[in-house]
Design a protein around this ligand. Structure first.
Ligand code: NAP
Length: 365
């Protein structure tokens, strides 16, 4: 059964960016015909960011309820090393151009794959959304982070109620959602971000509710106490030292915040968080998956992208997750329930070493 019967509109569009030059090289050369040969990294770095945003492949996604929806992936061609606030003007311009492409394609809803931190910095909302609606996807991303931590804790026999939870990036959109969800469910909260004023204000709000909170802009003051860590900072610069030997870490940043600097073999359980898996699968046309699909199990996707897909399955075409600090626990529960209904569940646990945990036994690649 297709939901596109009497409409020529695309159900969804995903606006994305790549997280490293290595991935960009694989992606660009994968799209080129073999006869024209591979482009060098130097050539790609010289030209990539001058390419205007454009649709790169079509997507077809299936729900376990029987529906099929159609979408498109639009690449923004952003420099993965220039995502910080100092590049915000140029990045907003490109994201707006990508939105215009999605609108021209008549997409009903757009997923801003991991872009909130780039374009909504300082509570900016530069988008003029008309017919096409937008979601940052941060509600479902938060849901997958939370469910992931709850499930991983069970598997590792970690008592969440007796644990100190460190949230790196606590004042961000996802960080706030996770803090608000876990307050009262853990022994104590350890909150970290760079902007002291914002962090202090948020931490005080939480402690007024009688919740045990310690906050610092210096991670070193918090790490030794943490039993569980969620990292949702938009930064690759984070170094985790002096952590507890068996700490559980959910690294949900894009690009990854922590992994390169932590030895996942040394007793630390780290998983890439905020990820879901589509039970009924999807198809890309042209099929470029082998050039940029980096996951150790099939049909894994970012929560932010999957949120727009879930909304399209549900025929909910409105600006769903938007702005910063608006994600409530009810909203997290609501989007997660809708997601599960369509067979989009939490992804199995994995990190750069591959899959871990109970779920990996069920994976057939
Ligand atoms: N897995 C997925 O599907 C998925 C989906 C959406 C987003 N994401 C990723 O999740 C991350 C968070 O997204 P968001 O929308 O919540 O971003 P956001 O609203 O911009 O929040 C980022 C937070 O990180 C803090 N921060 C930045 N650099 C830091 C550092 N070096 N040390 C400590 N704190 C730092 C920021 O506060 P200060 O500026 O005060 O430091 C802020 O609290 C991003 O990397 C995003 O790409 C992943």
């Amino acid at each position: 059964m297709s939901k596109k019967n009497n409409s020529d509109r695309l159900d969804f569009a995903v606006i994305g960016h790549q997280d490293s030059w290595l991935n960009i090289k694989a992606f660009i050369n994968g799209m080129r015909s073999i006869s024209v040969g591979e482009l060098s990294m130097e050539h790609i770095k010289d030209t990539f960011c001058y390419i205007p945003p454009r649709s790169v492949f079509k997507m077809k996604v299936r729900s376990k309820k029987g529906d099929t929806i159609h979408g498109v992936y639009i690449e923004t061609f952003l420099d993965p090393e220039k995502l910080g606030p100092q590049y915000i003007r140029g990045n907003i311009k490109k994201v707006n151009e990508a939105i215009a492409v999605a609108q021209k394609l008549n997409a009903k809803i757009i997923a801003l794959g991991g872009f909130t931190s780039i374009v909504l910095e300082g509570n900016l909302n530069p988008f003029n959304t008309t017919e096409t609606k937008i979601t940052t996807g941060n509600s479902l991303t938060s849901a997958f982070i939370i469910k992931g931590l709850e499930n991983a804790s069970k598997e590792l026999n970690i008592d969440i109620k007796a644990s100190q939870l460190l949230i790196i990036g606590a004042t961000g959109d996802i960080g706030r959602a996770c803090t608000n969800y876990f307050k009262g469910k853990v022994k104590g909260l350890l909150l970290c971000a760079r902007n002291k004023k914002r962090l202090e204000l948020f931490s005080k709000e939480i402690s007024k509710e009688g919740i045990a909170v310690k906050y610092s802009t210096d991670l070193n003051h918090l790490i030794p106490e943490a039993d569980i860590i969620i990292s949702v900072a938009s930064s690759k610069e984070i170094v985790i030292e002096n952590h507890k030997k068996s700490v559980l870490i959910c690294d949900a940043g894009y690009p990854k915040n922590l992994e390169q600097k932590i030895d996942v073999k040394a007793g630390v359980s780290l998983f890439h968080g905020g990820m879901g898996q589509i039970e009924e699968g999807y198809d890309f046309h042209p099929d470029y998956t082998k050039y940029f699909y980096k996951y150790p199990a099939p049909h894994i996707g970012h929560g932010c992208v999957l949120e727009a897909i879930v909304l399209a399955f549900e025929n909910i075409f409105k600006n769903y997750s938007i702005g910063k600090g608006n994600i409530t626990t009810d909203k997290i529960d609501q989007i997660y329930a809708m997601s599960v209904k369509h067979g989009i569940e939490l992804a199995p646990f994995y990190n750069s070493q591959g899959l871990w945990g109970r779920n990996q036994k069920n994976i057939v690649l």
